[in-house]
Design a protein around this ligand. Structure first.
Ligand code: CTP
Length: 132
């Protein structure tokens, strides 16, 4: 059994999210997704997610390609999460290229190309610009 792990906020779910999750799942047998807590997302992105962590968990957990979800509380616990879930491969989008090379002491790391032209930030901006 090969366990794959990935991490992210996955707020305002979009096609770039499903693309990376499906591609990550194709590298092994089980896909485990660490979903950034609301506080961790705030510390990374300087705004709170639109969808709260329990809703984001529920959405990701409902996907066919996902086997397990958990809340990632602290970036510093990355290695502990990887060990806890027996993951042998960490998959991230290439916006993070190089950032997780330090976990290579416990598992392999690959960065997959992001889906072009879509992000949660851009969706929020576009919706905010819509005429009322
Ligand atoms: N991702 C992707 N392609 C996109 C957007 C995101 O492959 N177009 C990947 C990211 O690389 C990451 C995962 O999806 O591995 C979760 O990213 P997240 O930060 O939650 O999504 P974004 O849309 O990038 O959010 P934001 O705009 O708030 O940064």
């Amino acid at each position: 059994m090969k366990n794959i792990i990935t991490f992210g906020t996955f707020d305002v779910f979009h096609v770039g999210h499903i693309n990376i999750l499906e591609r990550a799942a194709s590298y092994g047998d089980n896909l485990i997704v660490g979903i950034s807590s609301d506080e961790l997302s705030f510390s990374k992105k300087k705004r709170y997610p639109i969808y709260c962590q329990s809703d984001r968990m529920k959405i990701i957990n409902s996907l066919r390609c996902v086997n397990k979800v958990f809340i990632e509380e602290y970036l510093e616990l990355k290695l502990d999460y990887i060990k806890q879930y027996n993951a042998t491969l960490l998959v991230m989008g290439d916006d993070w290229i190089g950032s997780f090379d330090w976990v290579k002491k416990v598992c392999d790391v690959i960065y997959l190309p992001r889906t072009p032209s879509i992000s949660t930030t851009e969706i929020i901006e576009i919706v905010g610009l819509m005429p009322k």
